[in-house]
Design a protein around this ligand. Structure first.
Ligand code: SF4
Length: 258
């Protein structure tokens, strides 16, 4: 049987921001979203990048296993959008678990339909890092070029599976930071996603602009300033206030209903 292959954009052997501990981070090629603030537009085209086998990636990971073990880290597959190559990622996750018992994390935008092949991948995934970007359907379409409902279906699917998840939210000044969006985000998480263990708020930054220019793409957020720690603090407070509200309403209705 031919070895399973995947197309990757790049890899990092000492990642510290994509999941717990020190991690091997594999960036897959291909993404159907077109987020206005994307840092990696060079991952979009599914036929670019490098074709690799699962064994090749395992050989890249192997020398660093003691570091990942010691630091409570593991393997993160990111992108691009890794679920577009779910069979490859599933085989890779399965192999690292069987060989080294490594922790696995899937960093995804959630733009994928629940399916048997996706469930197979989730079965070998210890942590899903799910990007939620904008809670209003029209604004979501304008920001990412894709509809919101599919992402929420995926989020609910993770909750049904009790799949441990972190939410990653990019705070873009003037775009995703409205009080309304943050309240809706907090409410959605508290009401529907009991599997969420952590919310990471990532401030928008302009580091990827040069890639848009290199690719001849028009970058539309030139006038948007970088997010600040104060912006993040404000957003966190609003999200947490929304979550508290949901919890209080729950307590009231439990009391009323005996
Ligand atoms: S989902 Fe991620 S990789 Fe895809 S366009 Fe958006 S930010 Fe870029």
């Amino acid at each position: 049987m031919a070895a399973r292959t995947g197309r990757i954009h790049s890899l990092e052997t000492f990642g510290t921001v994509d999941g717990p501990g020190i991690r091997f981070v594999l960036f897959m090629q291909g993404c159907a979203m077109r987020c206005l603030y994307c840092h990696n537009p060079d991952t979009w085209n599914a036929s670019d990048g490098r074709e690799v086998t699962v064994e090749e990636i395992l050989a890249e990971i192997e020398p660093y296993i003691p570091y990942y073990d010691r630091a409570g880290g593991g393997l993160t597959v990111s992108g691009g959008e890794p679920t577009l190559q779910a069979p490859f990622v599933a085989e890779l996750f399965k192999a690292v678990k069987e060989r080294w018992g490594l922790h696995t994390a899937l960093d995804t935008c959630g733009f994928c339909e629940p399916s048997p092949v996706l469930d197979e991948l989730l079965q070998y995934t210890d942590l899903v890092m799910l990007d939620l970007k904008e809670m209003d359907a029209e604004r979501h379409k304008a920001l990412t070029s894709q509809p919101l409902d599919r992402i929420h279906r995926f989020a609910r699917h993770l909750a049904e599976r009790k799949q441990p998840a972190w939410i990653r939210f990019v705070l873009v000044p003037g775009l995703t930071d409205s009080e309304d969006n943050l309240m809706q985000l907090g409410t959605f998480i508290e009401k529907e996603l009991p599997n969420v263990e952590k919310i990471e708020i990532l401030p928008y930054h302009r580091m990827g602009i040069y890639k848009w220019e290199e690719l001849g793409l028009e970058y539309k957020l030139h006038d948007v300033p970088d997010g600040t720690p104060e912006d993040v603090e404000r957003a966190r407070n609003i999200i947490e206030a929304a979550r508290r509200q949901v919890r209080e309403q729950r307590t009231v209705s439990q009391t009323v209903n005996g």
